[in-house]
Design a protein around this ligand. Structure first.
Ligand code: GAR
Length: 199
C-alpha cells in the first residue's frame, strides 16, 4: 500500500477547507495524513478544528508585515514543516504571500485554493469582486504557488453560478461548497500519483 502523503496545512481563518480535507482522510478516500497545521492568527478557528481532528497545530507569529512573513518567521515555518515530514504544503485560507525560503524549500509542492476562476479576481474577497463585476459565473481554483499573488500553474477549477439575488455571503457559501469538493479531490489525485509527483 502506498504510504500516505504528508500534508502541512496553513490557514488564517475558520478552517472549513482543512475540515473537508480531514474528513476525506477519515472517510478513507484521501490517502494522506496532516502532519501539521500552522496559522498566523492566534485565535483562528482552524486551531480548534485541528484539535478536534487530533492534528498537531501551532500559531506562528508572522512578524511586523501585513501581507507576508518576517524572514525569520518564514525560516521557522519552513523548518517546522520539514521537521513534521511534510511533503505537500496546502494553503487553506492562508492570507499571506509566501516568499523565500518557503518556495525553494517546497518546489512545486505548495498548492492554494482561491475563491474565483483565476486569472479573474485575484486578491481579497474574490466572490465580492465577481458579484460587483456582474459575472454570471464564478468558482474556485486550485493552483501551484509561486512568488505572485494567486498566480502559479493551475491544477483544477470548479465553476459556480451567480444567482439572481445573491449576496456576497450566499455566493461565498456556494463557492465554499465547491471548494470542499474540489480541494480534497485534487489532493487525492496528487496522493495517488505520489511517486511521480514527489520525484
Ligand atoms: C476560502 O474561501 C479560500 O478560498 C479563501 O479563504 C477562504 C478560507 O476559508 N482563500 C483566499 O481568498 C486566498 N486568496 P476556510 O478558512 O473556511 O477554509
Amino acid at each position: 500500500m502506498t504510504p500516505p502523503l504528508v500534508l502541512g496545512v496553513l490557514g488564517s481563518g475558520k478552517g472549513s477547507n482543512f475540515a473537508a480535507i480531514a474528513e476525506a482522510i477519515a472517510d478513507g478516500w484521501l490517502n494522506a495524513k496532516v502532519g501539521l497545521v500552522v496559522t498566523d492568527v492566534p485565535d483562528a478557528g482552524i486551531l480548534r478544528l485541528a484539535a478536534a481532528h487530533g492534528v498537531p497545530a501551532v500559531h506562528l507569529p508572522p512578524g511586523r508585515f501585513k501581507t507576508k512573513l518576517e524572514p525569520e518567521s518564514e525560516q521557522l515555518l519552513a523548518r517546522s514543516l520539514q521537521d513534521a515530514g511534510v511533503e505537500l504544503v496546502v494553503l487553506a485560507g492562508y492570507m499571506r504571500l509566501l516568499k523565500e525560503p518557503m518556495v525553494t524549500a517546497f518546489p512545486r509542492r505548495i498548492i492554494n485554493i482561491h475563491p474565483s476562476l483565476l486569472p479573474k479576481f485575484p486578491g481579497l474577497a474574490a466572490w465580492q469582486q465577481a458579484l460587483e463585476a456582474g459575472e454570471s459565473e464564478t468558482g474556485c481554483t486550485v493552483h501551484y504557488v509561486d512568488l505572485g499573488m494567486d498566480t502559479g500553474p493551475m491544477i483544477a477549477q470548479e465553476s459556480v453560478p451567480v444567482l439572481p439575488g445573491d449576496t456576497a455571503e450566499t455566493l461565498h457559501t456556494r463557492i465554499q461548497q465547491a471548494e470542499h469538493r474540489l480541494y480534497p479531490q485534487v489532493i487525492a489525485d496528487l496522493a495517488a500519483r505520489r511517486a511521480t509527483f514527489l520525484a
